[in-house]
Design a protein around this ligand. Structure first.
Ligand code: PLP
Length: 282
């Protein structure tokens, strides 16, 4: 996310593209901004790392009214859980490095949507962009054959883990759209078939707790990536959002004691036991 904020705010203005960031989840603010006029509305839902949820249908309709196209980053949800094109989006992007590949062994991206728009991007990338080599393309295509099986398992395990963490006294908050207490639960229930394998949780206390907790996990790999068959955990403070200041993270609602947890396909009882023993150590 931080890299994308940087791309929008630092890089695009160099190409004379004006960018306005809107508060995620504040649909009225976003609609008012879109109505002022724009060419493209870029959404990410659920968001990295606090799993905020945006009503795709609502903002895609606002974009259409303003004559803009809507692009949705569907990386966290995957096509198994959410289909933005069916909700009015024009283009969908995925980091294929994550769930689509599923094994953390290839990097790539994927774009889907209206043929004339995809064609434009294809032509641009043919000349200006990095193109995917055969090896990672093969790994991603092979990983995608098991996408549905993996995601069904990850959806179910994540839901159990989120409920477990929510009642734990050493956990301050759990960010998972499948929990009825999540502010975006209602929208997520409307537009997602499953709530995904990604969640975050804030430990009670400060960042030192995270430093003690993470190395105590025996099953989760400490990694900045996500969406693998192996459970991955990491602190946004020093990984995905390290480029932001503490004040900027605070502004985005990212607590310093946040742990991002990407649920793998291990036995969920083993994952719960692992979390239990690591939480007992802090
Ligand atoms: C939601 C989302 N989109 C895109 C990306 C970028 O992915 P890649 O590392 O494959 O460029 C990330 C990386 O974490 C992400 O979380």
């Amino acid at each position: 996310m931080a890299a994308r904020v940087k791309f929008f705010l630092d890089f695009l203005p160099n190409y004379n593209v004006q960018v306005t960031l809107c508060e995620t989840g504040n649909h009225e603010e976003a609609e008012a901004e879109i109505a002022k006029g724009c060419d493209l509305v870029y959404l990410e839902t659920p968001t990295n790392p606090t799993l905020k949820v945006i009503d795709i249908q609502r903002l895609a309709a606002a974009a259409k009214k303003a004559g803009a196209i809507t692009v949705v980053d569907n990386t966290f949800a995957t096509p198994i859980n959410q289909n933005p094109l069916a909700l009015g989006a024009d283009l969908v992007v995925h980091s294929a490095t994550k769930f689509l590949c599923g094994h953390s062994d290839a990097m790539g991206g994927l774009l889907a949507g209206k043929k004339e728009l995809v064609q434009k991007v294809f032509q641009f990338r043919e000349i200006n962009g990095a193109s995917l080599q055969a090896d990672p393309a093969y790994m991603i295509a092979r990983g995608m054959k098991t996408l549905q099986l993996r995601i069904e398992r990850q959806n179910a395990s994540a839901m159990k883990i989120a409920h477990y963490l929510q009642q734990h006294p050493k956990v301050n908050a759990v960010y998972y759209p499948g929990l009825p207490s999540h502010p975006g639960h209602h929208i997520a229930s409307k537009q997602m078939r499953g709530f995904g394998g990604m969640m975050s949780f804030a430990l009670a206390g400060s960042y030192d707790r995270v430093e003690k907790f993470l190395p105590s996990l025996k099953l989760a790999h400490l990694a900045a990536s996500l969406g693998s068959v192996s459970t991955l955990a990491g602190p946004p403070r020093t990984t995905s959002h390290v480029e932001l200041t503490e004040a900027q993270r605070k502004q985005l609602g990212i607590p310093e004691s946040l742990v991002r947890y990407s649920v793998g396909i291990e036995d969920v009882e083993d994952l719960l036991a692992d979390l239990e023993q690591a939480l007992a150590k802090i």
